[in-house]
Design a protein around this ligand. Sequence first.
Ligand SMILES: Cc1ncc(C[n+]2csc(CCOP(=O)(O)OP(=O)(O)O)c2C)c(N)n1
Ligand code: SF4
Ligand SMILES: [Mg+2]
Length: 351
Amino acid sequence: MTYLAKPKFHHPAIELNDLGFTHRDYEGAISTLCAGCGHDSISSAIMRACFELSLPPHRIAKLSGIGCSSKTPTYFLGQSHGFNSVHGRMPSVLTGANLANRDLIYLGVSGDGDSASIGFGQFAHAIRRAVNMVYIVENNGVYGLTKGQFSATSDRGSKSKKGVMNADSPIDLVTIALQLGATFVARSFSGDKDQLVPLIKAALEHKGAAFIDCISPCVAFNNHEGSTKSFDYVRAHNAALNSLDFITGRAPITADYAEGTTQDIALHDGSTIRLRKLSLDYDVSDRGAALNHLYQVHASGEIATGLIYLEDDSSDLHERLNTDERPLNALAEADLIPGAAALARINAGLR
Ligand SMILES: Cc1ncc(C[n+]2csc(CCOP(=O)(O)OP(=O)(O)O)c2C)c(N)n1
Ligand code: SF4
Ligand SMILES: [Mg+2]
């Protein structure tokens, strides 16, 4: 048996969402990851975000590659569609699924090995094509599943558990996603649920490629002194730019904040992101400034977290390709084989 089903008993007064579901309806099998693994906290944040947004579980498709991180979709959203693909190939499988049926909500879950090493090209193309998805990298700086080798996101100078120094320069997926035109870019930490849950909610409501790099310490192989992805290191070096509240039409937030410290961003679906700025001069709508800021924060040994970039007037792959709005399985034979006259028209248009 590769996974354990969770018993479904719950307290009769358990909280219900707008669909009448409890958070138990968003759970999956019992996790088999190491106790304390950051990835389990991210699973729990995903479940919380989907519960709070009242998303119908059967409208969500979760896709992953290979790794401890990529195993996690088994442990959440047990009633959603799921596809555990090949190492580094999640982005192309997700792109294909999304092209076939744009009506589902796509959640790609990957690791730093899965996305920054073997799947680096796949990651890049899914982001630049603006596939409508939430793409989460559970970033622990190692290949956890294969026993802790340095991954491509491991910082230069950081030490392995056995004391070996990493001499290679790191790949920062946040910087790459910004350069590739991602319209929602964030970084968070598995140990900061208050920051992570609203970020996931906002990403789920975003149209286009929403990327979240979530630092997620590996307690078995990368949580020691000398690592820059350990719980202690990230807590001590977390340079949060902002924290946010995700406000749907139904749940306005009334808390008072000092003038100039908040910024409301209206989204397509009528909801609002309320940014509480911790770094007052930071502008989430300035891609160039974001890249510059990331460079400076990294050079000072800190880790920039929060909502790093948002382009609300975004588009997605379907809009760019002008595809039919109906899913492929809803198209009839006459739609798929329009006949000789339509072919002649297309050919004439190419002459
Ligand atoms: C094609 C292929 N190459 C290599 C492997 C071996 N392998 C399995 S998981 C993994 C790395 C996983 O690292 P990451 O994506 O960071 O996930 P983590 O376990 O750290 O969450 C590797 C190299 C594989 N399964 N398939
Ligand atoms: S090996 Fe590391 S990444 Fe894998 S489950 Fe254990 S703590 Fe998590
Ligand atoms: Mg990893």
